[in-house]
Design a protein. Structure first.
Length: 339
């Protein structure tokens, strides 16, 4: 890949920069055109926060790896756990970001710190979340092509703006694609990872889409596959996340979070549960917990195929062909049509 096409080359030797952080620092604050960074093969153990627009990262294949291993239970400066939102290996917080032909991973040892099931959650309480990629805050029009995004719990946080994932591979087990943003996944592979020794292997999606936003996570012509050892009917397509927020009258689950997810023309292996979707707990105003049922969310399928595409459960709501057309990528991305 010719280096002359790029504004910066990150390499162990012979590049313009020895780290991605240094290359990002060299980018202009208010770019009028893309600042193109070539990421040479190798492991780049860095945590990155992209706050400048028009950053484009291009790797040399899956062997160009950006990885870190922070988890929600790690202590922060005051000694308290940092929480999920401070764990991402790469955080995109600016418009017009692009990444292609590389790997973004969180290397936290989830299997070695796997929570045990409890009465409410078959995958156990929080503490082992470890985000690989977060699309947050001022992010919008983020494009990912041929990117491997790897982790276990909470791998990909698509929480703001519009994002498009083409021909990507997302690996995880519990809620591994989650958030409130508009995100389209086209011809991607979602790989459910094994939770050794556990009867339940997790949930693909956990959207907490605002009720006033018509679309959330949309999977089009994707493949839902599994690692060896993942048993049949041990993964749900998703569950409705209602994250806790602070309001004038207290802290509780946001009542406007009514998750939206749709699988359109996707192939599903036999690890997908017959009921398709699961419930999820949230904090009530005034105290206590409740379960939000999938029927209360906006969860749909259209033209699913494969061993996991059982249509017999009433929980698996099917769209008609007319309704499915409303989920066209141009509609979900609200007029943004990347080349």
């Amino acid at each position: 890949m010719p280096a002359g096409r790029f504004d910066a080359v990150v390499a162990k030797d012979g590049g313009t920069h020895a780290s991605l952080a240094a290359a990002l620092a060299a980018a202009p604050e208010r770019a009028a055109r893309p600042f193109r960074i070539l990421v040479r093969r190798g492991e780049w153990r860095e945590r990155l926060r992209v706050t400048k627009p028009f950053i484009h990262l291009t790797g040399e294949g899956p062997g160009s790896v950006i990885v870190f291993d922070r988890s929600a239970g790690d202590p922060g400066p005051d000694g308290t756990p940092v929480g999920t939102f401070a764990t991402a290996t790469v955080t995109v917080a600016a418009a017009d970001f692009r990444a292609s032909n590389l790997t973004i991973a969180n290397g936290f040892d989830y299997v070695g710190h796997m929570p045990k099931p409890d009465a409410e959650d078959r995958t156990g309480p929080s503490g082992s979340q470890a985000v690989a990629l977060a699309v947050q805050e001022a992010a919008d029009r983020a494009l990912f092509e041929a990117v491997r995004i790897a982790g276990y719990q909470d791998t990909l946080f698509a929480d703001a703006g519009r994002s498009l994932f083409r021909n990507c591979r997302v690996e995880g087990c519990v809620d591994f694609i989650f958030g409130a943003g508009r995100a389209v996944f086209e011809a991607c592979e979602m790989v459910s990872r094994l939770r050794p020794g556990q009867a339940w292997n997790g949930y693909v999606a956990a959207p907490d889409t605002d009720v006033h936003q018509p679309f959330g996570l949309v999977f089009r012509s994707c493949r839902l596959t599994k690692e060896p050892g993942v048993a049949p009917q041990t993964v749900a397509l998703g569950r409705p996340w209602r994250r806790t927020g602070t309001f004038p009258d207290g802290r509780y689950g946001n009542p406007d979070a009514v998750g939206a997810a749709a699988y359109l023309g996707c192939w599903m292996d036999d690890h997908i549960a017959a009921d398709g979707w699961s419930a999820m707990g949230y904090n009530l105003k005034g105290g206590g917990r409740a379960m939000m049922q999938p029927e209360e969310a906006r969860f749909y399928e259209f033209s699913s195929t494969g061993p996991g595409a059982d249509a017999s459960s009433p929980r698996r709501r099917r769209l008609t062909a007319d309704r499915a057309r409303a989920f066209a990528t141009a509609n979900v991305l609200d007029g943004w049509t990347p080349a």
